[in-house]
Design a binder for this molecule. Structure first.
Ligand SMILES: NC(=O)c1ccc[n+]([C@@H]2O[C@H](COP(=O)([O-])OP(=O)(O)OC[C@H]3O[C@@H](n4cnc5c(N)ncnc54)[C@H](OP(=O)(O)O)[C@@H]3O)[C@@H](O)[C@H]2O)c1
Length: 239
């Protein structure tokens, strides 16, 4: 029987690839985002259901529940990104506070709120997968702090859901090309450095992340929980 998969921020980039992967496996997929355009494109391309939602907004999440089925097998908290790319350049303390909080909201609070909103609907034997980042392991300002916080909070979540047979894990990508993440602000020199840092000699692509998320949601991964799985081509090694 088809599973129900909710992919936040699934209109573009990594989220779209995750949605495409699950849809190709015959699962029932719902993707969310704030802009109608990318969601319409995703629906046209892969035949997924869509719902508008800002995952940092509790009221929007409460409204989203009306559009969701009573049971969800897999929640993918993918919505996020580095708000620093959208900052207006102001450096006064109030602006710093706004931008810092915006990154925490976009990458940490959004995942916690979304999980809380649908927690009662998560099916036994299901999975929650968050998209973290290699940025959690290195100097990366409020964005890195938010993704590091996400990995820590996930440990608590894994314990809260474990007795229901639901796993909770983080997939932490390195540099992934072909998404809207960097806007148009990734200089060619920096892109070359990111690729040169890998052992594989190539940029990651969204399907690399989709395959890993699908594995963590699969029967083969039922005893993997509370973990961070790094998908970065060896750009940063773990033991
Ligand atoms: N690309 C990389 O190199 C890389 C590396 C490490 C981690 N990541 C992480 O991977 C995830 C996906 O990023 P991506 O690279 O695929 O970039 P992307 O193309 O910009 O995708 C982000 C998606 O999230 C949605 N989104 C953002 N904030 C949202 C909110 N508050 N509520 C609902 N939807 C929201 C965006 O749509 P709307 O703007 O329409 O809402 C967009 O579809 C992010 O969590 C990012 O931090 C990316």
């Amino acid at each position: 029987m088809a599973r129900t998969i909710l992919v936040t921020g699934g209109g573009t980039g990594i989220g779209r690839a995750i949605a495409r992967h699950f849809a190709a496996e015959g699962e029932r997929v719902i993707v969310t985002g704030r802009r109608p355009g990318p969601l319409k494109e995703a629906a046209a391309e892969i035949g997924v259901g869509t719902a508008i939602c800002d995952h940092t907004d509790p009221a929007a999440l409460t409204r989203l529940l009306d559009d969701l089925p009573a049971s969800i097998d897999v929640l993918v908290n993918n919505a996020g990104g580095n708000i620093a790319f959208d900052a207006d350049g102001r450096t006064d303390l109030a602006s710093y506070a706004r931008d810092f909080r915006a990154n925490l909201d976009a990458n940490l609070v959004s995942a916690a709120l979304t999980t809380k909103a649908v927690e009662d609907r998560l099916a036994a034997g299901g999975a929650v997968v968050h998209i973290g980042s290699i940025a959690a392991e290195q100097a990366a300002g409020s964005y890195g702090a938010a993704k590091a916080g996400l990995a820590n909070w996930n440990i608590d979540l894994a314990h809260a859901l474990g007795r229901r047979g639901i796993t909770a894990n983080v997939v932490a990508p390195g540099y992934i090309a072909d998404t809207e993440f960097f806007r148009d602000q990734l200089p060619d020199e920096r892109r070359k450095q990111l690729v040169a840092a890998t052992a594989t000699g190539r940029a990651g692509v969204p399907s690399d992340i989709a395959g890993t998320v699908a594995f963590l949601a699969s029967p083969a991964a039922r005893h993997i929980t509370g973990q961070v799985l790094h998908v970065n081509g060896g750009a940063r090694a773990t033991r």
